[in-house]
Design a protein around this ligand. Structure first.
Ligand SMILES: [Zn+2]
Length: 171
């Protein structure tokens, strides 16, 4: 089996990929920016085997990307919340989303600056305010020209404007 490290590579990119380079990991982190915190919500939105999701979440906790805490609403369950180290992945994630939109297919969501409602440019900057907002100052809304094929409760919750990092109400 292939390992997930790049011991021979003396490069910060290799170190970053050791943390976020596994299949599904960046999509889990994307969902966390969208406000997903519960195992069951990651599971329903990503359609990945529970064992794989468990392994990825545990690895992200170990790597300091997520804090794992008891879920106050469900005894015995946990929620996963991005740490400062995890939130610092936003520019990289936004950069990849931008690349995908430019070269593959438009993202189903657009990102806007909370203070003024202006859509962020490809660099993640609000040109109206001439600043690059933190994730907590960004909200998503569906792209008007593009519908999503997904019907799960996370996708349904993201059909309304939603501030990044705020827990997503999935019922
Ligand atoms: Zn703005």
């Amino acid at each position: 089996m292939l390992g997930n490290d790049y011991q021979g590579q003396d490069c910060a990119l290799a170190r970053a990929l050791e943390v976020v380079g596994e299949r599904w990991t960046l999509l889990i982190i994307r969902d966390a920016f969208y406000g997903v915190q519960r195992f069951s919500d990651f599971h329903t939105h990503l359609d990945i085997p529970r064992a794989v999701l468990t392994e990825r979440l545990n690895a992200l906790v170990t790597a300091g990307i997520f804090d794992k805490a008891p879920d106050p609403a469900h005894a015995g369950r946990h929620q996963y919340v991005l740490t400062a180290r995890g939130k610092d992945l936003w520019p990289a994630l936004h950069g990849l989303l931008t690349w995908g939109s430019r070269h593959c297919a438009d993202n189903s969501l657009v990102f806007r600056h909370c203070a003024c409602g202006t859509a962020l440019d490809d660099n993640g900057t609000c040109r109206h305010c001439a600043l690059t907002p933190e994730p907590a100052d960004i909200y998503t809304e569906p792209r008007a020209s593009r519908s999503t094929a997904r019907t799960d409760r996370v996708a349904a919750a993201l059909r309304s404007p939603h501030r990044l990092l705020e827990p997503l109400a999935t019922g």
